[in-house]
Structures are given as structure tokens and as C-alpha cells.
Design a binder for this molecule. Sequence first.
Ligand code: ATP
Ligand code: MG
Length: 395
Amino acid sequence: MLYKVFLIKYAEIGIKGKNRYIFENALCDQIKISLSRVEGEFQIRKEMGRIYVEALSDYDYDDVIDALQHVFGIVAICPVKIVDSTEWETVVVETIKYVEEVYDKQNFTFKVAAKRANKSYPKTSPEICMELGGALLDSFPELKVDIHQPEVMITVEIRKQTNIYSVVIPGLGGLPVGTGGKAMVLLSGGIDSPVSSYMIAKRGVKVDAVYFHAPPYTSERAKQKVIDLATQVSKYTGEIQLHVVNFTDIQMYIYDQCPHDQLTIIMKRYMVRVAEALAEKNGCLGLVTGESIGQVASQTMQSMAVIEEAGNMPIYRPVIAFDKQDIVNIAEKIGTYEISIQPYEDCCTTFVAKHPVTKPTLSSIQKSETHLVKKIDEMFARALDTVETIVIRPE
Ligand code: ATP
Ligand code: MG
């Protein structure tokens, strides 16, 4: 059967009153954006605490499900048969037809779940379940009722119309992008920061991104890798403004003026400062990184405290307590892993010291940074002036 309508289920906890309205509108917007990449014409409707996606033309079922499975805030997608009547005889006939059309073999255990929006309907919910269950057993002798663990739950909702569905496709969960403000992700070509982008967006946060590029030490191919990663992430987050900062001068200056075992820490402090300037300019409320405690020297608690001190904004680190394998698992699921493991170095790997400090003190780092006073302000301003902003859209 080709469904014309999909019922979109979302978690309603904590979204009462005005918040609910904002949540539903944001969800409708995100569904619309995601479906705009699918061939066909669709209408998105809000109706009595429900969201329906209706196909107004031919469409590819798998493409539509795939698009909806990239939208945060959707808990489940139910292809639904809508019957424009609530008249009892019709409901019975159409439910039988539904089971015939949707299942090749009618030999499973089932249960009918009934919901009435209209409490003046002449039958109660238990009566609807009993009578429909009986009618289905009469029509399909191999069906069996199992009210505790049915293989198929056939839901019949009596509203202005009748909704019949039994197929429940899981969604991503989370909150619709745009309901939680905006953040600036420090996006490298690695495995971790794309996963962090995905995770923060899952909580409704819209993301912008900044990439620190150090030509000629980092290649154009490394930059392209970050663009490819952002493009993959944008399938979930929607459009991303990717700010590419030319970091070469700052990096070389630090390299020339500061102790090499402190390079990574000082460089990261400048990344935070530049990212924060861009975040403020673009209405972001915080920074996001892919840091995870203990992964490398610059990700000890001591190092992160010193890095964080360089800025004023909150720094969110969604994968802070994740093992590498857990991060890899998510990267594989969201399609960034294959891109991340391409062997193009970013600026951190190029300039990394043999024995970086793992327990830097703020005073020693600040002392080293005084060696930069002569030129750093000018370089900082130039880095901001020459930012290249690329608008990333899902392909
Ligand atoms: P990732 O896998 O995200 O690259 P990583 O484990 O390689 O992380 P580091 O290289 O120490 O860790 O970087 C830590 C975090 O700093 C990254 O997750 C990212 O948020 C940010 N970062 C590092 N290099 C860059 C860069 N060139 N541009 C933007 N952000 C960067
Ligand atoms: Mg990295």
C-alpha cells in the first residue's frame, strides 16, 4: 500500500503551553527543510496536538522515511491510513482492508488499541477494541490476540476522521533544531567534533562552525574534508555557516616565540579567542568542542581549564566523558566516520610538540603569551578580517 500520510510522533514532556507551540512550529519547519531534499510535494499539517505529513504527489517511500529520520524532535514516524469517516461499519471494513493491504501474511499475534478524541462517540474505547479484534479474527483465521506482547499493535484513532496505523518507525528523538539557541562549533577534520556538533544539535541547538586552516601547512584537501564533514552533519542540523579562519600567522608566531611544549595549549587559547569573537558576531551563546578527558595532552582537566580561561563564553563538550569507541560508534551512525579517517592533517597535528605539557599552569602559559604582545593584536584582527564564510547545505 502506498501511504498518503505519515503521522509524526514527538515527546510532549515539558512542552506545555507556549513552549509547545514553539516546539511544534520548529518541528514543522525542520520537517519541511528535510523534505525539501526529497522529490515530491508534501504538506505539513498541525492538528489537535498532532503533526501530519501528507504527500500531495508521487514520492519514494524510503526517501521520505530517510528524510524524517534526520529530523531531531521526532520520536516515531507512523505511516497512517486515513479514513474520512468515523461511521462504525466503515471503520470496521477499512481496518480489515488495512490489515489485508499492509501485511503479506495475516499470521501474527496482535492487539487493537483504540483512542477516541471525541468522547461522544457511540462506542467506548474497550468496545472498539473488542469489536474490531473480533472482526479481524473472523476475517483472518490465522491471527491470534496477544494483549501483553503482540507482534503487531493496530492503533485506531477516532477523531474528525479515523486514523489506522500499526507500523512505527523510530525517529532520532531530541528537540527540533532552533529551539535551543545557537552555538559555534570548533570543527576540525577529526572524528570527535562532528559528533559533538550532532549531539548539541540533537538538543535543539542550531550550529555554526569555525575551522582553523593553516596553509600551506594544512592542505586544501584538509579544508575540503572539513567542508565534507559539515555537509554530512548539516543533514541533521540544517544549514551551517562555516567560518574558515586563516590561522597560519598566529600559529607561526606562537611557534617562534613560545616554548614548544606549550604550543598546543597556547594555540588552543587563541582558537577559543577567535571562535568567541566570531560567536559573538553571529549571535551564538557558547562554543562547542570535541574534547574528551584524557584523550591527548591538551585534553587533561588541567589543560582544558587553562584553555577555557582564554575566553568568557561557556564551552560545551558533548563527548567529554565518552570513550573513543563510543564516539566512533556515533560517527559511524551519522555518516561522518568515513570522512574523518581520511588522512589529511589539520593544523594541530602539524605543529604538535614531541612532549607537550599535560599539566600546564595558567601563570606559566600567561607568561609565555607575553612574548606575543608585539604582533598578536594585529594578527588577531587580520584573522578576523579575512575569514571566509561558506554556507553549507545538505546535499
Ligand atoms: P577531533 O577529533 O574533533 O579533531 P581531537 O581528538 O583530534 O578532536 P584535538 O585535535 O586536540 O582533538 O582538538 C580538540 C578540539 O579542538 C577538537 O575536537 C575541535 O573542537 C577543536 N579543534 C582542533 N583543531 C581544530 C581546527 N583546526 N579547527 C577547528 N577546531 C579545532
Ligand atoms: Mg583533531
